[in-house]
Design a protein around this ligand. Structure first.
Ligand code: MN
Length: 536
């Protein structure tokens, strides 16, 4: 039995293929630095096995898999390989450095469906069986952890596929992965096939000797359902990607599978994974950023809106009891519970909650007036209200003077050969001092350089958690609108601002957030005389 084969029969091995099947997603590209950073995050989250690439076939995968095998500890490193010996040797060369670290796995595969054998491989059934024995035997010379996949399993003739699988196990494969390569299986088909595979392996080689693994694609929208039903049918490994990135309509999303087993373990026979679920959202956002993809608003568990509410009735519900409209605990997934979005449909409870978060508490009558204005303003401008918008409306209602601690005098930012640089000039209105700082951001670009320069100029230790451009209709005035979410000491505030350039707007919005944080501190200090100090 291999080292990663679960000793606990309820343990589900997470085999992450973000850097292999995920990286094959059209229109995205991870460079070496991205791959290393993602592998570190996967390992830090508790992924059991990281599939680091397809070293023989994909340009750059050998270097990337080698670098990951040399530096990333904690997880076992796997490489994909066809059954040919030169493929397997190259896969082994790439991952060998991991043998004294997290361990190694060779994942070898061959197509077993009629289409794959006839049109792609141009091989007979007998030749395929011979290839599998030869490939798995070769892989076992290097490592005792060998996974075999009959590619396009769901469109393969079951009896032939089973013959190939039993041959692979007999030759030493310790994990059998059943790929629904093209997302063909619907209803209970996939789980039924996987269950039959497991039964035949267990019958021939003994219960639990081999781990059966699910690998699904989302062409018909079944990837997560098929993977979960496979777990209920006895699979104890899942092949998944962060955010479900992958070929065509993509792979099974890691976070969806993990959230299901974590929320409803009873439905899956008490299974569990080694994933630290609180890291799921952070890892998802990191992978999306590096892939150049937006954080999906409506993505399950890790999406921007997964725990957000705009409708007034829902805002009222969650403000009384968050469980009214959230059945999962947001913090368990690294999200914030009951985020209130203030826009056309929102209610005064939402405004109350946002104002409270920036240190403003006012009576319901005033809140209703502010809420009405916020909704009108949102409708007129066609955008959601940020915290600084609502703060302004509240100040107009209560007469509070909103003082900006820092004022922008100049922003000079550019990007050349992907290196962002910025020079910022500010005035600290509290002391009248002029502040100035320059910064470079070699990877992230000009907006990140703006952020670093502002932090340097004022000694701010917070961070820009999120940045979002507000799309404007063509032909409207040429101003860029930017939302930023700024986090400091666990609290976050959202600010919106506009300017004629995106860099300028980003600088303004970021500083708006910092000025708001300064005012929050002032409001928290407000009861200057503590009640117990009053002696009279
Ligand atoms: Mn695949």
């Amino acid at each position: 039995m291999s080292e990663t084969a679960p000793r606990d029969p309820n343990y589900v091995v997470i085999h992450d293929t973000t850097l292999r099947d995920g990286a094959q997603m059209p229109r995205i590209d991870f460079d070496l630095e991205d791959r290393l950073a993602i592998a570190e995050r996967l390992s830090g989250m508790g992924v059991d096995i990281i599939e680091a690439g397809f070293p023989f076939a994909v340009e750059g995968d050998f270097e990337a898999a080698s670098a990951i095998a040399e530096t990333v500890g904690g997880s076992k490193i796997s490489a994909l390989s066809r059954t040919r010996h030169e493929d397997i040797e190259k896969a082994w060369m790439a991952i060998e450095p991991a043998k004294d670290r997290g361990g190694t796995r060779i994942h070898t595969f061959i197509g077993t469906s009629p289409t794959h054998m006839r049109d792609k491989l141009k091989m007979t059934e007998e030749e395929v069986v011979q290839e599998v024995r030869s490939g798995v035997t070769k892989a076992r010379e290097f490592t005792d952890d060998v996974q075999f996949s009959p590619e396009d399993a769901s469109r393969s003739d079951f009896n032939f596929m089973m013959r190939v699988i039993l041959e692979a196990v007999d030759a030493g494969a310790t994990t059998i992965n059943v790929p629904d390569t093209v997302g063909f299986a619907v209803m209970g088909e996939y789980a039924a096939r996987l269950k039959a595979v497991k039964e035949q392996i267990d019958e021939r080689f003994g219960e639990g000797l081999v781990v059966v693994s699910a690998h699904c694609h989302d062409d018909l929208g079944w990837s997560t359902a098929n993977t979960l039903m496979a777990l209920a049918a006895g699979a104890r490994q899942v092949e998944v990607t962060v955010g479900g990135i992958g070929e065509r309509a993509s792979n099974t999303a890691l976070e969806e599978v993990v959230a299901n087993t974590s929320e409803r373990p009873d439905m899956f026979g008490g299974i569990h994974t080694g994933i630290d679920t609180t890291k799921l959202t952070g890892v998802y956002r990191e992978v999306m950023k590096r892939a150049g993809l937006p954080v999906q608003l409506n993505k399950a568990v890790v999406g921007r809106n997964a725990f957000a509410h705009e409708a007034g009735i829902h805002q009222h519900g969650v403000s009384q009891n968050v469980e009214t409209y959230e059945h999962m605990r947001a913090d368990r997934y690294g999200q914030t519970a009951a985020e209130m979005v203030i826009a056309k449909l929102s209610g005064w409870r939402g405004v109350e909650s946002r104002l409270k978060s920036i240190g403003i508490e006012i009576a319901p009558e005033n809140l209703k007036a502010i809420s009405k204005k916020a909704k009108e303003m949102s409708d007129r401008l066609g955008r959601q209200m940020a915290d600084n918008d609502i703060e302004k409306l509240a100040a107009a209602e209560t007469g509070e003077a909103l003082h900006d601690r820092y004022r922008i005098d100049g922003v000079d930012a550019q990007e050349l050969h992907n290196v962002g640089s910025a020079r910022i000039q500010l005035t600290d209105t509290a002391s009248g001092r002029k502040l100035e700082a320059s910064a470079n951001s070699p990877k992230e670009g000009a907006i990140d350089a703006v952020r670093i320069a502002i932090n340097k100029a004022i000694g701010f230790d917070g961070d820009m958690e999120d940045w979002e451009a507000k799309a404007r209709e063509p032909g409207s005035k040429a101003r860029g609108g930017i939302y930023v979410l700024v986090k400091r000491n666990g609290d976050s505030v959202q600010a919106y601002d506009e300017a004629t350039s995106v860099n300028q707007a980003s600088a303004k919005a970021y500083l708006d957030a910092i000025n708001m944080i300064e005012r929050i501190k002032g409001r928290q200090l407000q009861p200057v005389v503590e009640p117990q100090d009053v002696q009279t």
